[in-house]
Design a binder for this molecule. Structure first.
Ligand SMILES: [Zn+2]
Ligand SMILES: [Zn+2]
Length: 192
C-alpha cells in the first residue's frame, strides 16, 4: 500500500536563457507530493506514519522553502550574494532558523545560511522531481513524486526499492541494528 504526504514550498527562481516570461525573476508556491510504498506494518496497521515521511523529507526540503533557486551559470547569483554579504545576511541571520542541512548532489547544492539553492539545470517542475528523488531515494521508498507550480505540473513513478523494517509500536523505520529511534524497541535482527 502507499502512504503519501504533501508539502508546500515558497520559492523564487527564473529560467536563465529561456525565451519567455519565466526568464524574469518570479515566485511560486510549489506543491510536492511524495508517495511511499511499503507493506502494512502489522503492529500499527500503517504503511508509515505520515508525520514520519514529513519529518524525514522536510528536514531536507526546507532548503527550498523561502529560497532563491538559480542555475549555476546564472549571472544573477553573484550580485545577489554580494547584496546579502553587504547587508550581513550572506552567512546567516538570527531569524533564519528554519534551515535544513546543507547538501550537495550532482543536480543541486544548498546554502541554507542564505536560503539559496544552486542547480545544474533550470528548476522546472520536472527538474525539481529529479532533484528531490536524488535527495530522498535512500531515505524513503519513494514510488511517485508529483510537483506542481503555477500552471505547471509533472509526476514521475519509480520502482520500489528495499523495504524498511518498522517499529511495531510506533511505525517508524528501525535503524540498521534493528532499534527503534523513538521508543527503543529492538527487533532482534538487523534491518536493511
Ligand atoms: Zn516559475
Ligand atoms: Zn518504536
Amino acid at each position: 500500500m502507499r502512504s503519501f504526504t504533501t508539502f508546500h514550498l515558497q520559492y523564487a527562481h527564473r529560467f536563465f536563457r529561456f525565451e519567455g516570461e519565466a526568464q524574469y525573476l518570479h515566485g511560486h508556491t510549489g506543491t510536492l507530493t511524495i508517495e511511499v510504498e511499503e507493506s502494512i506494518n502489522p503492529g500499527v496497521n500503517m504503511v508509515f506514519p505520515c508525520n514520519e515521511i514529513r519529518k524525514t523529507a522536510w528536514n531536507i526540503l526546507q532548503n527550498f522553502d523561502h529560497a532563491l533557486i538559480l542555475r549555476e551559470d546564472d549571472p544573477l547569483l553573484e550580485p545577489i550574494l554580494k547584496v546579502y554579504e553587504a547587508q550581513g545576511i550572506r552567512n546567516g541571520s538570527p531569524r533564519n532558523t528554519m534551515k535544513g542541512p546543507a547538501f550537495k548532489t550532482e543536480l543541486a547544492t544548498a546554502y541554507p545560511e542564505c536560503r539559496v539553492v544552486v542547480t545544474k539545470e533550470s528548476m522546472t517542475v520536472e527538474g525539481m522531481i529529479k532533484i528531490v528523488h536524488a535527495l530522498l531515494k535512500d531515505k524513503l521508498n519513494i514510488v511517485k513524486l508529483t510537483f506542481t507550480s503555477g500552471d505547471n505540473a509533472a509526476s514521475a513513478e519509480f520502482p520500489p526499492t528495499a523495504s524498511y523494517c518498522r517499529c511495531p509500536r510506533c511505525g517508524v523505520a528501525l535503524d540498521e541494528k534493528g532499534y527503534c529511534p523513538k521508543c527503543g524497541y529492538h527487533s532482534g535482527e538487523h534491518c536493511r
